[in-house]
Ligand binder design. Structure first.
Ligand code: EPZ
Length: 436
């Protein structure tokens, strides 16, 4: 498949699409299957590259993975597992950071695990210090090898009390996936409580785990000695829904997204309405549309749930280039998530970046020389350009900009978008976009 797409913009996206399960849940639920001694079934699984990556990582460890694309059903048999070496894991993982989440389950099932050098999207340092600290506290020994980190648990894994300095999604998942079968009780404070994490907790409970979640970001897990497989339907990908909604807004279009769930999108829907977009929540999804007239500028900051997700920020910024007045967006989750705005400026947008925290509160990046606040002045007509996409969300946002721009843009490096957007080429065509 070609790695670039020609987009002739200026056409409002109109029509209906379906969005299936959340990438950032499905990948973790597949890892959770490693904890079960009987097979698991995950439903509503999208055909995206990250699912292929996790499938191949599970297979590398001896699991049987059977994915039926049309129905979105994946069966995972982890009754027999084997160890894998770092080079093979790295080869199968590609740029994914998923291998680190395999550690807890593999330590429980095999007594050892390996973490190769990790990639992931180029959006800041993305360290793994929280993960390693948690694993070591549970009792894992970590040794540096030439090819990566080698973990063992000579004395087993035991429950811990832990407070995260920041409510990291991955670190919360790491703790959950390790604590469920660790001996004794684990208590986590300042946990991430994203809907994807809630769905992971539901999945683990189906497998036999005992987990209680309090209203104050604290989670308590009572370790069990044995877990079994699950049958679970993944929640819808709220990042993908938000991305298509912003594409509808930026192109003055009207898109019905089947599968979109209001309960996971509340903060996004508020912002969408404030900037002048309209939506109808229906039984089978949500219709997002531009009602005509001017869009309005807004001041917002990204945050952990229930705040405005960092992954919605990039698509929204493209729509804000079409809003009247000055918008301020303060990115508080990742220190370097505005790199994609260079391409927007080259297309005629006016986005200025600042090192200062321009939100109503200071964040971790304020005094650290990161350009993590953006001021967008609009509306600015966008014109076509040749763009090389930088990362998953930035890449989709460039696609939105090309769809909103006049003229024909060439967007290359779009393979990365397949990591998290199922069949996006077909969806673009279904919505009437002029793409080749
Ligand atoms: C998950 O990444 C998602 N990825 C990200 O989506 C998402 O942007 C992010 O959560 C926030 O919602 C997956 O679920 C696969 P974090 P994760 O740990 O878990 C710092 C996408 O496009 N941190 O919550 O890696 C980190 O640098 C992706 O779908 C440490 O300092 O995010 C960041 O500033 C991109 N040390 C903050 O915490 C650590 O050990 C939040 O990261 C771990 C994280």
């Amino acid at each position: 498949m070609s790695d670039s797409i020609r987009v002739t913009g200026g056409i409002g996206l109109r029509g209906e699409i379906t969005v299936r399960g959340a990438k950032n849940f499905v990948s973790k639920a597949m890892v959770a299957a490693l904890l079960g001694s009987t097979p698991s079934t995950l439903r509503n699984v999208p055909e995206i590259r990250d699912v292929k990556v996790v499938s191949s990582l599970l297979e590398l460890h001896g699991a049987g993975v059977d994915y039926d694309h049309p129905s979105g059903t994946i069966d995972i048999d982890t009754s027999t597992l084997v160890s894998a070496d770092a080079a093979h894991i790295a080869e199968h993982a590609g740029s994914s950071r998923i291998p680190i989440l395999l550690c807890g389950p593999l330590l429980h099932r095999l007594g050892e695990a390996v973490i190769p050098d990790l990639g992931g999207c180029r959006i800041g340092d993305r360290p793994i210090d929280f993960h390693l600290e948690i694993l070591q506290k549970f009792g894992a020994s970590v040794a540096q090898g030439a090819d990566g980190l080698h973990l063992t648990a000579p004395n087993g894994l035991h429950g811990i009390k832990h407070t995260l300095s920041y409510p990291s999604v991955g670190a919360t998942e790491q703790l959950l996936l390790t604590a469920v079968m660790a001996e004794g009780i684990t208590q986590l404070e300042n946990a991430a409580v994203e809907p994807e994490i809630k769905d992971l907790i539901d999945t683990l409970q189906k497998m036999g785990a005992i987990i209680s979640v309090d209203t104050d970001r604290s989670i308590t897990i009572e370790g069990v000695t044995r877990m079994h497989g699950y049958d679970h339907t993944a929640l819808t990908d709220r990042i993908e829904v938000g991305s298509w909604a912003c594409a509808a807004l930026a192109t003055r279009g009207d898109v019905l997204i089947h599968g979109a769930q209001q309960r996971t999108m509340g903060t996004f829907l508020n912002v969408f309405r404030k900037v002048g977009g309209e939506f109808d929540v229906r039984q089978d999804g949500i219709r997002f549309y531009h009602p005509g007239g001017d869009l309005r500028s807004i001041a917002l900051q990204t945050d952990v749930h229930p705040g405005f997700m960092t992954d919605w920020q990039q698509p929204l910024v493209v729509a804000l280039t079409q809003a009247k007045g000055l918008s301020i967006v303060h990115e508080t989750v990742y220190e370097q998530r505005f790199g994609f705005t260079n391409a927007l400026n080259a297309m005629g947008a006016h986005v200025q970046l600042f090192r200062e925290c321009l939100g109503d509160r200071a964040c971790r990046f304020g005094q650290r020389n990161f350009k993590h606040s953006a001021v967008i002045s609009g509306p600015t007509p966008l014109h076509a350009a040749n763009i090389e996409v930088p990362d998953l969300r930035g890449g989709f946002s460039h696609l939105i900009a090309a769809l909103a721009a006049s003229g024909t843009s060439n967007v290359s490096g779009i393979g990365i978008i397949d990591r998290g957007y199922e069949n996006f080429r077909d969806k673009l065509t279904a919505l009437g976009a002029n793409v080749e």
